[in-house]
Design a protein around this ligand. Structure first.
Ligand code: SF4
Length: 334
């Protein structure tokens, strides 16, 4: 039995009858939480990490073996919000590049549009609809996926998103939750509460929009009890999918400053396997697992340095679950 969780590739194939690939888009959005008056950003945010790996054209020369570099200035995102016309043109260029790449690598596959970078609902309704429309006008897409914060989804934005259900097979919102524990949200300086998440997922579900909740494991504020509390929140709110990230300490973040002072460490693989299994066993088997590890370019990753590549991790996770005889959801209702 491989894998022992509800994996994303199989879920997409089951839903749409074929392989589906995302085209990640940077719509030139900003983030309300990075403004120093609003909180100065999350502890783990380096202002560049929110940009998809695929779009980091100035980092293409770096490989998995590249050494860690403290010098992040060379990767700093330039000016964020340009004119709406420039942003539309940029979105359409990025999508064209995405198709070019996928046509070469995975010809004949389905495609989805993924507004990924920063907070993709943080703008006027006119700008949001102009950008989403411009993206969808470039072709035929399976899903429209919008990544955002739980406190940045007013009703008018939820209604706008719901309207796109006529143009794609599913509309998804990826909600950065990170943890079901208020103490951890404060530690991460997320600037939102668990209640923001509860209210936003309820509003999205009421409009027929699917939700993928982002979670972070390995926080210094969390042990088994806290991970189980996050699992309980997932069971109660029933997102259609989750993404799990292992804590990464990245140059240029407040977390990195703590790391330099010896105040925090990121868990290595064995601990992430333990935490992941604990969470997976306590959430429903039908929730799709879209991701199980973080994906930070090695040259910007201070810790953990010895974490293996994704494939090695997934096989190790599956092996440990096999040895235990555990599967996703087997501790729900026990
Ligand atoms: S919400 Fe996202 S973009 Fe904004 S500060 Fe946090 S991690 Fe960075």
């Amino acid at each position: 039995m491989w894998p022992r969780w509800n994996d994303y590739t199989s879920a997409l194939e089951k839903s749409y009858g074929g392989r589906v690939y995302r085209i990640g888009v940077d719509g030139g959005f900003s983030c309300p939480h990075r403004d120093e008056y609003r909180g100065g950003g999350c502890m783990f945010c380096d202002s560049y990490g929110a940009v998809s790996v695929y779009q980091r054209t100035d980092e293409r020369d770096f490989t998995r073996n590249s050494p860690f570099s403290r010098d992040i200035e060379q990767f700093r995102t330039k000016e964020r919000v340009g004119s709406i016309d420039d942003r539309i043109a940029s979105v359409q260029q990025q999508i064209a590049r995405g198709h070019e790449f996928l046509d070469t690598r995975y010809p004949g596959t389905f495609r989805s549009i993924y507004f990924q970078s920063y907070t993709n609902t943080f703008d006027s309704i006119d700008h949001l609809s102009a950008l989403y429309d411009a993206a969808l006008d470039t072709g035929t897409y399976t899903e429209l996926i919008i990544s955002t914060r739980p406190d940045c989804l007013p009703d008018r934005v939820v209604s706008l998103l719901s309207g796109y259900r006529d143009r794609v097979k599913s509309v998804w919102v990826e909600l950065g939750l990170q943890s079901g524990n208020e103490v951890s949200l404060k530690y991460l300086r997320r600037g939102h509460t668990v209640d923001h998440y509860r209210r936003s997922i309820e509003a999205l579900h009421a409009e027929g929009i699917s939700v993928c909740a982002h979670l972070m494991l390995g926080l210094p504020t969390e042990g088994d009890e806290e991970i189980l509390k996050t699992a309980q929140l997932i069971r109660e709110t029933q997102p259609e999918a989750i993404k799990i990230h292992n804590l990464h300490i990245v140059a240029g973040t407040p977390l990195y400053e703590m790391y330099e002072r010896g105040e925090v460490e990121a868990p290595e693989m064995a601990e992430h396997i333990y935490n992941t299994i604990l969470l997976l066993r306590h959430i429903d088997a039908h929730i799709v697992i879209q991701r199980l590890v973080s994906d930070t370019p090695r040259h910007r990753l201070a810790s953990p340095r010895d974490f293996p590549d994704k494939t090695t991790f997934l096989h190790a996770l599956d092996r440990v679950m096999g040895e235990q005889g555990s599967v996703q959801g087997d501790r729900v209702n026990v």
